[in-house]
Design a protein around this ligand. Structure first.
Ligand code: SF4
Length: 489
């Protein structure tokens, strides 16, 4: 049996054909010189890689080197590797002698099935249509030929605002217990920092699984204790509770520690056994085999320069306070809290990402490619493949809607409805002009005004565009926001 080379995002048992298969693991220091990663992300990746090496013992060759190429010079035998997760890594492994590249693993659906599905469609690709295809193809939440419950999506039932009292009544997940490997990684990162390698964000206890065992334990806990509450509150934001009922499994999926097919099966079983309501189960499955797979596939299906799309001509660079996660420089309560969450944990859930961070960057006209890099490096679960779709295709509307029907832009009213932020803010979500003007509300109108010719005149945008035409103070709002520029709000 050939030796399987596992990248640091291919660490779970489902990346091997046999439990006893010989393995190659490489830790490259150059990876951490190329980019400024969040310190907790660097810790998680290295911890996961070294834990896997320790688990495998003599079954694995574990090499630490400056570059992958230097490490590979020490290996003489032929190698296999599963399809890597970035274009750069794929080109690298394809170029190597003695390395066979196998199909991708770690997703519910295959690249070939997606390509067949997408080739047969005209116009924009939509997640909803792909999700139906994937559910039917894999027989997930199906009853005969129909979706269980008679509907493909229960999204409309999953939009409860933030729970009153500042806390969701749900069991908190157990945090992983750090061990000697974690301590060794932390000491190495301290040393690397002294040698000049830079990291962003604050150091902190490891909150995300670094082994398949830890990932499976978190999945089981989620299915048993948190899934039921996940659905209704999946879009809510709370300043006092960043986790709500989210699974906190995205980093484990993206490190390859946990097979998403196992999570989907587990969620379906929870529903069929009466352990969780259909709306929650369907919502979770849509996130995992709908959104996650869809975003993965679009990274490979669209042409390589999709990554640098900038159809709204957004020309401003990300400001230093954003790069540095300087939440203390920001007065706007929502943005300060969310940016602080990234600084302190390297993680906030999908709505703060999309409707606070992405929304703000879109309104300010920041360069989408820089934002892809920022999300990739600052989030524990960030990778180029996932942030390209999330940023270019979704949050920044930088490709004019190849996978969405409208820009994900909103004013303070949305944040006010879905969170507890606005009560404690120096701004007022209803005001667009003057000292108390909410930067999201004012930024929303300024964005629509500036980008009016490129915004689709479809049903989802019609009301907003009609309102825009009626604003008597629009010029003053646009001038105010121009002056605010990229300063911290
Ligand atoms: Fe955010 Fe505006 Fe609400 Fe303040 S008023 S928390 S800036 S949405």
């Amino acid at each position: 049996m050939s030796r399987r080379w596992l990248f640091a995002d291919q660490l779970g048992p489902h990346f091997l054909d046999d439990r006893k298969q010989p393995v190659l693991l490489i830790e490259s220091k150059a990876v951490f010189r190329r980019r400024v990663y969040h310190r907790q992300k660097a810790h998680l990746i290295l911890s996961a890689l070294r834990h896997r090496a320790a688990e495998l013992g003599d079954q694995a060759i574990f090499l630490r080197a400056e570059t992958y190429r230097q490490a590979l010079q020490q290996v003489r035998e032929p190698l296999e590797v599963c399809h890597p997760t970035s274009r750069r890594a794929l080109a690298f492994v394809r170029d190597l002698d003695r390395v066979t590249v196998l199909p991708a693993r770690g997703y519910v659906t295959s690249l070939a099935d997606f390509a067949d599905w997408a080739d047969g469609r005209r116009g924009a690709l939509r997640m909803e249509a792909f999700y139906r295809f994937a559910r039917e193809h894999h027989g997930v939440l199906m009853q005969g030929g129909d979706p269980v419950g008679g509907r493909w999506s229960f999204d409309t039932e999953n939009r409860e605002p933030a729970p009153k009292g500042g806390k969701l009544d749900v069991a908190a997940p157990a945090m992983p217990k750090e061990d000697d490997i974690d301590a060794e990684v932390r000491a190495d990162l301290d040393r690397w920092e002294r040698q000049g390698i830079r990291f962003a964000g604050r150091d902190g206890p490891r909150r995300f699984p670094a082994t398949a065992k830890e990932a499976t334990a978190r999945l089981r806990h989620f299915l048993r204790h948190r899934l039921a509450a996940f659905g209704p509150y999946e879009d809510a934001m709370l300043s006092t509770d960043p986790w709500l009922a989210h699974s906190m499994l995205s980093a484990a999926f993206n490190l390859g520690l946990l097979d998403p097919a196992e999570a989907v099966r587990g969620a379906e079983q929870a529903y069929r056994r009466g352990g969780a309501p259909l709306a929650s189960v369907e919502g979770f499955i849509r996130q995992v085999m709908g959104w996650r797979d869809f975003i993965w596939h679009t990274y490979w299906y669209f042409e390589p320069n999709w990554r640098t799309s900038n159809e709204l001509a957004a020309r401003r660079s990300l400001p230093d306070w954003w790069h540095d996660l300087d939440a203390d420089a920001v007065d706007a309560h929502c943005l300060s809290d969310v940016l602080g969450g990234v600084r302190d944990r390297g993680w906030v859930h999908h709505i703060p990402r999309l409707m606070v961070l992405g929304n703000y960057a879109l309104q300010r006209g920041w360069r989408p490619a820089e934002l892809v890099e920022w999300f990739h490096t600052r989030f524990v679960d960030g990778y180029e493949w996932v942030m390209t779709g999330n940023v270019i295709g979704m949050s920044q509307y930088a490709d004019l809607g190849r996978m969405t029907t409208k820009p994900y832009v909103s004013g303070g009213a949305y944040i006010n409805r879905m969170s507890d932020y606005c009560g404690g803010c120096r701004y007022d979500p209803r005001k667009r002009l003057g000292e108390k003007a909410c930067p999201f509300t004012a930024g929303y109108w300024a964005f629509l005004s500036t980008n009016r010719p490129r915004i689709p005149a479809n049903a989802r945008m019609a009301r907003a565009l009609k309102q825009l035409e009626r604003l008597s103070d629009l010029d003053a709002v646009v001038a105010q926001e121009k002056q605010r520029g990229s300063d911290p709000p």
